[in-house]
Design a protein around this ligand. Structure first.
Ligand SMILES: Cc1cc2nc3c(=O)[nH]c(=O)nc-3n(C[C@H](O)[C@H](O)[C@H](O)COP(=O)(O)OP(=O)(O)OC[C@H]3O[C@@H](n4cnc5c(N)ncnc54)[C@H](O)[C@@H]3O)c2cc1C
Length: 438
């Protein structure tokens, strides 16, 4: 199956598609229309940008090749984190103390914004508190502990609770972990229902969203003409919100991101007792491996387990078998449980594993490369893009918050868009192999 196999059709089969709620009825574009801002892609980035622009009074059109939440936003692990992907100590080291620390305000805004959008638009997406980061190797516990100490001491962040080895076995039914850190401010949710709720929110503010409308070309100039097979949008400004599905639509930036695929399975419902026996407090879990195992319980008591990735344009033939391996490594007791759903999605990573924001030309903006942590960061990303577009329209220059992200210098993947894969695959396999060493 290729990663694009479902474009133009419905959401690919998954636990999320089977339990989707409140999808708005949307048409394809079949006319030539005008607007202030045209957004390409209806995932969290595009939908959050649409909400934050529409509430400022801009006339917004969103064009989506398939369906709202068809991309990674409707298929992911549902873990709503509190960082910008890298930890604060890592950011301080990478960018210097001041830049690193300034990003913490954005990180906090990312989680606050996601939670307040859920509240404001009454999005029923099973929001549940807590993500626990667990130590796969003994040595991982020391940096997890140091991070928690650093956050308490330098940021006054008191939501991180260190869990020692003797306690963690009561919280998660596996003997694999050396301990962990529970982030009580983080949460987990039904990602597709979150995306669908954002779309309803954007529509309620007057944004227009067209599904089954793939953008083929965007002209230079102001206004720009955004061309699709069935109509055009003439827009003063354009936002590219395509993440792992950008392809060749914008060649000035696509070399800075790499699409990779990640996979999830959903077991049969385990019953209240079975689910509680597996994860006592219903928190989400992400371990410290390079190829992360991440999992949580669904609202109906299934284990939704994400693990395993590949770097090609096709998904494994048997995704269930592919992901069952890491699941059984952590939970051998689930060997006889049925797998009801198995699916994959494509996300964009950057070399620095930090998102990539910026503009190509005076009126074309982009935000992508969340490197596996997009629920909070892409929601924030859409808001920052809206701030940048509004500032440009009002002749105010580039806003400081957008620049804090855009000034994280991105590095192109060596080898350009054609040759980057062999190098990436070799690197990824090396680190994945290290996961298996003691
Ligand atoms: C399996 C998996 C697990 C993940 N787990 C987590 C997690 O637990 N927590 C977390 O925070 N993040 C997770 N992520 C990452 C997160 O899902 C993404 O970072 C986030 O959804 C990106 O949102 P987006 O709107 O930028 O992109 P997407 O949601 O991918 O949306 C891009 C949209 O653009 C559309 N598009 C592309 N090209 C065109 C075009 N030419 N014309 C029109 N439309 C176009 C696509 O159809 C797509 O709908 C995971 C990702 C995957 C794949």
């Amino acid at each position: 199956m290729t990663r694009d196999a479902f474009a133009g059709t419905d959401h690919p089969p998954s636990y999320y598609a089977a339990t989707a709620k409140g999808a708005p009825l949307l048409n394809a574009l079949e006319a030539d229309i005008t607007c202030d801002v045209c957004i390409v892609g209806a995932g969290y980035t595009g939908l959050s940008a649409a909400i934050h622009l529409a509430e400022r009074g801009y006339d917004v059109v969103v064009l989506e090749a398939a369906k709202v939440g068809w991309g990674a936003s409707g298929r992911n692990g549902g873990q709503l984190g509190t960082t910008l992907r890298k930890s604060q100590p890592e950011l301080e080291e990478m960018l210097g103390r001041d830049h690193g620390r300034a990003l913490w305000d954005l990180a906090q805004d990312s989680i606050t914004t996601a939670k307040s959008l859920i509240k404001r638009f009454e999005i029923d997406c099973d929001l549940t508190p807590g993500i626990m980061h667990t130590a796969w190797k003994k040595g991982d516990m020391s940096w997890l502990r140091e991070e928690a100490d650093h956050m308490a001491k330098h940021y006054g962040y008191d939501k991180l609770r260190v869990i020692e080895k003797d306690e963690i076995g009561d919280m998660v039914a596996t003997d694999r972990y050396w301990g962990g850190v529970l982030d009580e401010e983080a949460a987990h949710l039904h990602p597709l229902n979150y995306a669908l709720g954002l779309a309803r929110g954007a529509l309620s503010l007057g944004a227009r969203i067209f599904e089954h409308t793939r953008v083929n070309d965007i002209s230079d100039g102001t206004p720009a003409t955004v061309a699709t097979d069935s109509g055009t949008v003439t827009a003063k400004q354009v936002i590219l919100a395509c993440n792992g599905y950008l392809g060749g639509l914008e060649r000035k930036v696509n070399g800075y991101i790499m699409p990779i695929n990640n996979f999830i399975i959903a077991t049969e419902p385990l019953g209240d007792d079975g689910a509680k026996a597996l994860i006592r407090d219903n928190v989400a879990i992400a371990d410290s491996k390079f190829v992360i195992d991440y999992y949580r319980l669904s609202a109906d008591g299934r284990l939704l387990f994400g693990g395993g990735e590949n770097y090609s344009s096709t998904f494994p033939k048997d995704i269930a078998a592919f992901v069952k391996k890491p699941m059984l490594r952590a939970f051998p007791q689930l060997k006889d449980k049925r797998i009801d759903y198995a699916w994959g999605g494509t996300l964009a990573i950057t070399l620095k594993r930090m998102p990539h924001f910026g503009r190509v030309g005076p009126n074309r903006f982009f935000g992508h490369g969340y490197s596996g942590q997009g629920i909070n960061v892409a929601t924030l990303g859409g808001k920052l893009l809206a701030e940048a577009v509004a500032a440009e329209a009002e002749g105010k220059g580039s806003p400081e918050r957008f620049d804090l992200m855009a000034n994280i210098k991105a590095t192109k993947f060596p080898g350009g868009t054609l040759l980057r894969y062999p190098g990436l695959v070799a690197g990824m396999l090396f680190y994945a192999m290290k996961d298996r060493l003691p």
